[in-house]
Design a protein. Sequence first.
Lengths: 113, 111
Amino acid sequence: EPEVTQTPSHQVTQMGQEVILRCVPISNHLYFYWYRQILGQKVEFLVSFYNNEISEKSEIFDDQFSVERPDGSNFTLKIRSTKLEDSAMYFCASSVGPRQPQHFGDGTRLSIL
Amino acid sequence: DQQVKQNSPSLSVQEGRISILNCDYTNSMFDYFLWYKKYPAEGPTFLISISSIKDKNEDGRFTVFLNKSAKHLSLHIVPSQPGDSAVYFCAAMNRDDKIIFGKGTRLHILP
């Protein structure tokens, strides 16, 4: 069964450094998402992306965050200057269309030191 | 902001019996609901969904019931199997395309 893949599984970064989290969505999916889960808290929506544009973003997704689909397969989340509070599991998801079930990757655990 | 509430942090059910996971929501604009299952060190896995125009959707051992007037939905798993032990997330969408998750209920299937 096709799946969303995320790399790396764990990223450790010094505060203030840039980090890029990578995702390969399911190949025939056109809608892409990032979510995060801070330890002990809910999974929270960050951003949705379609047709090379951000469709919607949450309050969390401030100017430090950006997303990109640099080629036909990858979908990336960049955090420009990481903060301690960015430590979380980051999940990528994709779907065939809007308001369809979203399929999640296994996440990248981001640890900011 | 608790738009989707799962009030039971955990639930234990005997293998072979029915597991019932409950969820309440507060936002009347939600019109599409989903259940996800999550194992440790994995991402959420989509299980089943229901549109607000229906009150029941069934897929194999999994059935989701929606009571719009009570703003309540439930997931029934029957019969429960050991592999069903996981965290179950209730989730909802309104007109936009973002999923709002509950905090999850940890289901333990007892031998």
